[in-house]
Design a protein. Structure first.
Length: 433
């Protein structure tokens, strides 16, 4: 074999399912064409293969992976997830190939390249001591512990701190976060018209960053543990059984309202977050002992759930030939269920908060939660389904079962979620005396 500078070395990568098992890791195959003047064509093809750690089911790979225009959101999400990982592996191998001595490319080289992909060299990184830099470090350090939604929320806090830092004209250091900073933080949030509860919650997030920094050897302020802001009591609204019946009986003007109404009813009788119920599909349903059960994995907790389907949900499925309603985006769902509840005449005036753009410049968006007295339909959001389920069935279904369905980590958090005070619990206890 001789080297020919005019011959362009080529390599391609593809993936194969080579196992007889129902679930297995994909094989990667590297096709390498190189110059060889001993061959009649002047080149030779070399095919190398080894295993990856990307595991899929045989059914998915053979029946679903290459489907086009997929309507099933779960399959579509799975395709996106698998394709993203395939692209990462492919790009890594081709980059390594382009940097390697092509005369030494063999099966052992490919195995070593795959090993390096899954076991990258750890680069020593200095740990930031400023707050903004540390938030980035924190997210990177714990990226496998968080969902994309959680990371997005952490970045929201980071962007607020960037604006506060720009306003003060001085870098916020981890060691600065003490009593004086708390006051500065609270004044800034008040001036920017963030709610008291937003300030209280996000101060807690800053304390989490600082305690993580302390575990990494970064100096923190001695007052950190004492930093607290009061939480303001907010009325928790839900849809009662009577109001749900009112919604069921109301006439809708458009298909998107009918579709959203069905999702709203489903959410109120399954108690799940929108990130979960908007992914429901008929493939998740199985029948056991004559009962319809729904099996799925919660996105936020990654907990595998099996819950019975309420008759109200089954009625919706029956009218849709066994299928769930058409999936829509979170934003559209939030908009549409307000229309649904307005058409259902949920006009009771109640105190609450709703999001509003408070910017005086029409071209600038400055969304804040604004307190006031509103018609109930104006306060309805996607979260009302989960809260309605917990509130309506509290006292009817044992609390430990409700906690299982809702996914709360403790009974105390569950009771706080449904707005049960010590007085409420005492009054309920009277029934047992």
């Amino acid at each position: 074999m001789l080297n020919n500078p005019d011959f362009k070395t080529m390599a391609t990568v593809n993936f194969l399912y080579r196992s007889t098992k129902d679930q297995a890791a994909l094989n990667i195959r590297l096709l390498h064409r190189f110059f060889d003047d001993s061959e009649p064509k002047g080149y030779r093809d070399l095919i190398l293969g080894t295993k990856t750690k990307l595991s899929v089911s045989k059914h998915y790979w053979n029946q679903q992976h290459n489907l086009k225009r997929v309507k099933d959101i779960e399959i579509s999400n799975k395709q996106t997830e698998i394709n993203q990982e395939i692209n990462k592996i492919q790009n890594y191998i081709l980059k390594a190939f382009n940097q390697a001595d092509h005369g030494k490319i063999d099966k052992d080289w490919l195995k070593a390249a795959i090993h390096s992909y899954y076991n990258p060299e750890v680069k020593t990184t200095s740990i930031p001591k400023d707050l903004i830099g540390y938030i980035d470090y924190y997210i990177e350090d714990r990226k496998h512990d968080f969902s994309n939604t959680s990371i997005a929320k952490l970045n929201v806090v980071k962007h607020k701190m960037e604006r506060l830092q720009a306003k003060r004209g001085k870098t916020i250091m981890i060691a600065d976060i003490g009593g004086d900073f708390k006051n500065e933080f609270a004044e800034y949030y008040k001036a920017e018209k963030y709610s008291q509860n937003t300030a209280q919650r996000e101060l807690g997030t800053l304390k989490t960053f600082c305690k993580h920094a302390m575990s990494k050897g970064v100096q923190i302020h001695h007052q950190l543990d004492d930093l607290k802001l009061k939480k303001k009591s907010v009325k928790k609204i839900h849809l009662s059984f009577d109001e749900l019946k009112q919604i069921e009986d109301a006439s809708m003007n458009h298909e998107h309202q009918e579709n959203s109404r069905d999702w709203l009813i489903i959410s109120c009788y399954t108690g799940q977050r929108i990130s979960d119920f908007m992914r429901f599909n008929s493939d998740m349903i199985r029948i056991e002992k004559g009962k319809n059960l729904l099996e799925f994995k919660q996105q936020k907790t990654q907990k595998l759930m099996t819950i019975p389907l309420h008759q109200k949900v089954l009625e919706i499925l029956d009218k849709r030939n066994g299928e769930f309603p058409r999936a829509i985006s979170d934003q559209r769902y939030n908009d549409y269920i307000k229309e649904v509840c307005q058409l259902s005449e949920l006009d009771e005036m109640i105190d609450g908060k709703r999001s509003k753009n408070i910017s005086k410049d029409e071209k600038v968006s400055k969304i804040r939660s604004v307190s006031g007295t509103f018609k109930k339909w104006e306060l309805v959001t996607s979260h009302i389904g989960r809260r309605s389920f917990c509130t309506n069935f509290y006292g009817q279904i044992p609390t430990n079962y409700l906690i299982y369905v809702s996914g709360h980590s403790s009974e105390a958090l569950f009771l706080q979620y449904v707005g049960k005070s010590n007085k409420d619990l005492a009054m309920e206890l009277i029934n047992y005396f």
